[in-house]
Design a protein around this ligand. Structure first.
Ligand code: F0G
Length: 460
């Protein structure tokens, strides 16, 4: 008998208490934080959907692996356990461990970026874009057209626009040090990239002699979508699909805080000996010796075990279903979201829900604040606050104003998510009464982390 309920393929082994707060307490906490949810004390948050990064629950076997951690400075056995687990899925010649994904990006773009260069991607994540731009290079997003229309359904909405990439490479291949493809496309809604699309990118890169790197944080979720949705892939295992993704690329950057199910870690990998040598030199300056990078031996062990669990089909079936459960309920309630539902998160379309608030009054930030006020749910604006300020100092609306509700892995139960659904419904009822925000203080880059906001003055 095949039952229709997809259950968590685990049971709970250790619990963390949650603290309930009143709306008054939350209002005061949010004011103190300058209406920036990154400024909150996490103990004042009830359901924390700010990110799926490093916030998941580790398994019994990961905690056990931590006990095997060997803290030798050079050549630790834990390093070899890590290396073997990484190369089992991503058989690149060189693997360079870093403390998290952005450290890998910083090293890669220090080695390859610089003024006059241009780096295409389906959509750069904020730290990727910032690292490309910090090197003096230009970061260009080339998603397919459907990616910019939240309600348009496409099975592989993370795909790269191959025509646009072909044009860019024809005009400027000499300025392109690397083509990046982000799987799944986080900023574009956690949407997958198809194998067919990646093969197309590979062909273009070959034609122009440009290397292709994956930003592979959510590689297992992406491969599950390929397994489920791409013609001819259903009979293959996720592991096989992941290995084909790796075989199409020349290297990768990785955050082990996502699909590898760890709380910290990352790596940079490639096949190019000269590039690897340059990157290892940079690694020693900021991260550490090449057999530990920015990590303790115990972290390397936790990541290795996490990688084995990440490609398990029962886990991925549950993972993708539990995200869809939230998205489907919001759609039934008439709340606009990015469709189809992505892998690690549901993205609310704040621009559609709060259509009376112009993008430069940050509808995504308004919506994220109200979800916190109404129910202690913390999401994350992915819109004009995150992407609206440009390196030349100008400001313009981002392509979309979204609020991401990211689901930490193996952490919240279905009743937590039922509660989140109720809070979203309450906020949708309040939507017409909500007012825009203005920024009263912001740093030069990555302003979404520390900017402070106030209400726009009432007019009329
Ligand atoms: N690339 C992508 C696609 C990411 O989503 C992230 C992080 C990174 C790179 C950087 O990795 O955090 O280990 O330095 N994303 C987190 C998020 C922060 O909330 O989506 P990191």
């Amino acid at each position: 008998m095949a039952y229709k309920t997809i259950i968590e393929p685990f049971r709970i082994h250790s619990v963390e208490p949650l603290r309930l707060t009143t709306e008054e307490e939350r209002r005061s906490a949010l004011e103190d934080a300058g209406r920036n949810l990154f400024g909150l004390h996490a103990a004042d948050v009830l359901i924390d959907l700010l990110t799926d990064s490093g916030t998941g629950a580790m398994s019994r076997d990961q905690w056990a692996a931590i006990q095997h951690g060997d803290e030798s400075y050079a050549g630790s056995p834990s390093w070899y356990v890590f290396l073997e687990a990484v190369q089992e899925l991503f058989p690149f010649r060189h693997v360079i461990p870093t403390h998290q994904g952005r450290a890998a990006e910083k090293i890669l773009f220090t080695a390859l970026g610089g003024p006059g260069k241009v780096v295409p991607n389906n959509t750069h994540f904020d730290t990727t874009r910032a690292n490309v731009e910090f090197s003096g290079a230009e970061a260009v997003d080339l998603p397919i057209a459907a990616a910019l229309h939240p309600s348009e359904r496409h099975p592989f909405k993370g795909n790269v626009d191959l025509d646009a990439l072909a044009r860019l490479l024809e005009e400027r291949a000499a300025d392109v040090p690397v083509v990046m493809v982000t799987v799944t496309n986080n900023s574009g809604g956690g949407q997958p990239v198809s194998l067919g699309n990646l093969r197309g990118v590979r062909e273009l890169c070959d034609r122009h002699g440009v290397p292709l790197f994956l930003d592979a944080c959510r590689f297992a979720e992406n491969a599950w979508f390929v397994h489920e949705r791409e013609e001819g892939q259903a009979r293959r295992s996720v592991k096989e699909i992941v290995r084909e993704f790796a075989s199409l690329a020349d290297g990768m950057t990785m955050s082990a805080k996502k699909d590898p199910l760890a709380n910290i870690g990352g790596w940079l990998a490639c096949n190019d000996d000269a590039l690897a040598a340059r990157c290892r030199t940079l690694l020693v300056l900021t991260e550490g010796f090449p057999t530990y990078g920015g990590l303790a031996g115990r972290d390397l062990e936790a990541i290795a075990q996490g990688l084995r669990e990440a490609v398990d089909h029962e886990y991925l079936r549950y993972r993708i279903r539990s995200t869809a459960y939230l998205g489907d309920a919001l759609l039934r309630a008439g709340i606009p979201i990015v469709e189809p539902v992505g892998g690690h998160a549901v993205y609310l379309d704040a621009r559609a829900l709060l259509s009376h608030i112009p993008p430069l009054e940050y509808p995504g930030q308004v919506l994220a604040c109200e979800l916190y006020l109404a129910g202690g749910v913390r999401g994350c604006e992915i819109g004009t606050v995150m992407f609206g300020r440009h390196s030349d100092g100008s400001e313009s609306p981002a392509a979309m104003d979204l609020v991401r509700l990211a689901i930490p892995r193996r952490t919240y139960t279905q009743s937590h998510i039922d509660y989140v659904i109720e809070v979203c419904e309450e906020v949708a009822r309040r939507a017409p009464t909500l007012r825009g925000l203005r920024i009263v203080e912001e740093p030069e880059t990555l302003r979404h982390f520390t900017a402070r906001f106030a209400s726009v003055p009432e007019t009329g």
